[in-house]
Design a protein around this ligand. Sequence first.
Ligand SMILES: Nc1ncnc2c1ncn2[C@@H]1O[C@H](COP(=O)(O)OP(=O)(O)OP(=O)(O)O)[C@@H](O)[C@H]1O
Length: 385
Amino acid sequence: MAALVFAGVVLVIITGLAIAAKLSPWLAVISMLLQLVAAARGIMADGQELAGHVQTILRVVHWIIDFFHNLYARHREDVEMILSEVTRIIDFFLNLCAAWYHEEAEQYTLAQVRAATNNFADLIGQGVSGRVYKGTLDDGRKVAVKRLGLRRAEHTFALLQPLSHDHIARLVGWCTEGEHRILVYEHIGNDTLRGRLHNNTSWITRVQVLLGAARAIEYLHSEVVIHGNLTSANILLDRSLTPRVFGFGASVRRPSEAVGVVQTEGYRDPEYDRTRRLKPATDVYSLGVVMLEVLTGQPPVRANNATLVSWALPSIQAGKLDDVLDRRPTSKPTQGQRQALELVAKTAASCLCRDGDNRRAISRVVKELEEALKLICTDDSFGYY
Ligand SMILES: Nc1ncnc2c1ncn2[C@@H]1O[C@H](COP(=O)(O)OP(=O)(O)OP(=O)(O)O)[C@@H](O)[C@H]1O
């Protein structure tokens, strides 16, 4: 009997050990899972705390973004003006530094120009008188390199070399080697006023650009130079939307003999068409057309081949600016904007007289545009849409 009980106990122990041995991996797995669940619960508890912090931070960020978004929406033109003034001041000092170190246009060798343009690899434009390539000089300055025919290069170089103005593309150098005649300009972004008018550029920026272009023309005239072919495509805009007039292929020193300049369609001065003599009033006429483009957002020649002048001027002269005004910048100009735009329209109309002698003097155009800009800037009831 005792032996039977002993055998039974041994059997139970052996079976128990066998079952334990069989179950032990599972027990290990179960215990590991329980540990994981416990750890996950711990992490979740910590996670909840973390999520709470993240939520608070996101709420604050959201509130800050909302605040600035509302501020920007309500004071869009103020903000744009401040940003543009800040970049203008920075650009002024950058230009000052550039002028300090590189006072005069430098002469480059063809090898230097090839190195700067990676052997004329990056074509950025094709003008009437030659191709324009993007490049980088040894000192890191970005440049626009224009290859010209012999006569054209020497004419443009002689004309531009002594000129220096904030609103005129700066000539930084030239290269004359063998048949090669190359002018090197500072590179000024890629946008022109014409390109910019395709979007809803604000009125303040539009008037600022007009004022810059008018000041450039006033400066050219004071240096006895007539641009001869001012268009919205010949006004480049830099990063801060500061305008720089370029495209001097048609320019002359006054008083000019009859010249064979072909003005761009839509900008053609009727008096020049008759006399073939460029005079300061020719640039004033072209500036008048640019003003109409800025006011209406329309190209100088419309789809039906009618010129912008023949389409917009009658409405402006009849006091119906609204009939032709560009609707994109704001759906309804505020009072200050309206006064400013009326003034720009009046100035444009007086630049577009058929008889050159009756056109506004460029100095008066500049004053009126300054007045228009002041009206927009001091308008405290900015309305944005
Ligand atoms: N300084 C510059 N910075 C950036 N891009 C420029 C610059 N100069 C010219 N470009 C680009 O090259 C294109 C052609 O310029 P270009 O000066 O040849 O024009 P254009 O009006 O035909 O001149 P021109 O009447 O002197 O022949 C421009 O539309 C512009 O895209």
